[in-house]
Design a protein around this ligand. Structure first.
Ligand code: SAH
Length: 429
């Protein structure tokens, strides 16, 4: 679908005070242009924001049980000179009891435990720091990977569910100027097991009673119920490993974590060919598109990948996801003051969504979270409310998203896992 020329013309211009009238209320709103301050956005040879799709080559993380299919696990155990059925026992320890500690594995012969664990469950994530909010119901973990790369995950208890926001890459190559993760570029893709290990470690902590917010004595049956790929990285730029991780999440225990695909949200800046591939996987995950602007004029600047795939192409791919899977898709929209929060943009967004059908989509605006060095601020509350109201009035279910973890820089777009974080933790210990 092509952009509607009529709506393109409604883009607000600076209007002299003398010519303002109630009839052109929307055009009075300022239009702030994206820019960065306090850091320099990396540019490509043509002076456009740099996009990194390929992972820089670095030493590969050790192969782990969670990188392998059940058949491959058996093979690998045999290669270690041990009976193949040990693989199932190890999987049970890992995916059901959330442990990689040989001491706990009393069903395995004492003299081979160390060897099995070293060969099948190598250490992948070293905890560098843990930050909690007051009641302890939101926890941000900073992890160091085997090669020193740093990533974060955020664990959140909500009424009736526990959500983990996972990282899929160390850093991110998508260079969105309002997101802290993109500022340092892409360090590397994470392996399947590095993605899974974030969940296993969170489940261990929950079972030990380490997540606050609920007054119960026995936490042993509790675990992460929902996953959002909204931590560091662009999941669809690390497609194969992310999908293998999703397969392990939904595989029944002890082959995998036995989670429901519906509770897993894959969020993307809009890599259209990968969205199409995802729609054909036959795994009913929840799909989220980070749109942030309904017009190419602004989205070109706000989401650099828009230079490859335009708003309408991304929306067509999102609609196709719905058509193929029957799963209602989410549109993510960070509300940025005077940048993308204009009433006419809410109307244009509603128009573009309704053009494609009814009941296929909901919109999740989220007030922008502050990031270091950013001069942008979140929209004023009445503006947020007006944005939401207009979409709802146009028949698009729209709910303002709760921003959890802001106090610990754990909210959307704030994950940066800098070496300063590490330095601060060293100073604290
Ligand atoms: N790369 C993926 C997933 C990671 S970001 C994606 O872009 O979808 C998860 C969500 O946080 C995205 O919707 C992203 O646009 C949003 N986000 C990034 N920076 C933000 C900020 N400063 N405030 C609010 N949301 C932000």
């Amino acid at each position: 679908m092509t952009e509607n020329p009529r709506t393109r013309e409604t883009r607000p211009q600076a209007v002299p005070a003398s010519s303002r009238s109630g009839a052109v209320r929307e055009t009075r709103t300022a239009q702030v242009r994206p820019r960065t301050e306090g850091w320099t956005q990396q540019k490509d040879a043509e002076g456009r924001p740099l996009l990194q799709f390929a992972s820089p080559k670095r030493g590969k993380p050790p192969v782990h049980l969670a990188d392998l299919t059940p058949a491959e696990r058996t093979e690998k155990v045999k290669e270690l000179g041990l009976p193949g059925f040990r693989a199932k026992q190890l999987s049970t320890h890992y995916f059901r009891h959330y442990t990689s500690d040989p001491e706990q594995m009393t069903d395995l012969p004492a003299d081979t435990r160390e060897q099995l664990v070293a060969g099948m469950l190598p250490s992948l994530l070293t905890e560098v720091r843990r930050l909690e909010t007051d009641r302890g119901d939101t926890i941000k973990f900073l992890w160091r990977l085997h090669d020193g790369a740093l990533v974060e995950s955020v664990l959140m208890r909500y009424p009736g569910r526990i959500t983990l926001c996972v990282s899929s890459q160390a850093g991110c190559g998508m260079n969105c100027p309002f997101c802290a993760t993109g500022q340092a570029g892409l360090t590397r893709n994470m392996s399947t097991a590095e993605i899974i290990e974030q969940i296993v470690r969170a489940n261990r902590l929950i079972a030990d009673g380490g997540l606050g917010g609920k007054k119960a004595d026995d936490h042993s049956m509790e675990r992460v119920s929902n996953i959002v790929f909204m931590g560091m990285g662009e999941p669809l730029a690390n497609y194969k490993r992310v999908m293998d991780a999703v397969r392990s999440m939904v595989a029944p225990q002890p082959d995998g974590l036995g989670m429901s695909a519906r509770g897993i949200t894959v969020s993307t800046v809009g890599l259209v060919p990968a969205i199409k591939k995802l729609a054909d996987e036959n795994i009913p995950v929840t799909f989220a598109l980070s749109l942030h602007a309904p017009d190419d004029h602004l989205r070109d600047e706000l989401i650099p990948v828009n230079s490859r795939w335009k708003v309408d192409e991304a929306l067509d791919a999102a609609y196709e996801y719905y058509a193929k899977t029957g799963r209602r898709v989410s549109i993510e929209y960070a509300l940025i003051k005077d940048m993308n929060d204009h009433a006419w943009r809410a109307d244009l967004l509603a128009e573009k969504l309704n053009q494609r059908g009814r009941g296929w989509v909901h919109v999740n605006p989220i007030p922008l979270n502050p990031t270091p060095g950013s001069v942008w601020t979140s929209s004023e509350i009445p503006v947020q409310n007006e944005f939401v109201r207009r979409l709802n009035d146009a028949g698009i279910p729209t709910t303002l998203r709760d921003t959890r973890g802001k106090e610990i820089d754990g909210a959307c777009g704030q994950l940066v896992a800098t070496t300063e974080d590490e330095a601060a933790s060293a100073a604290m210990s």
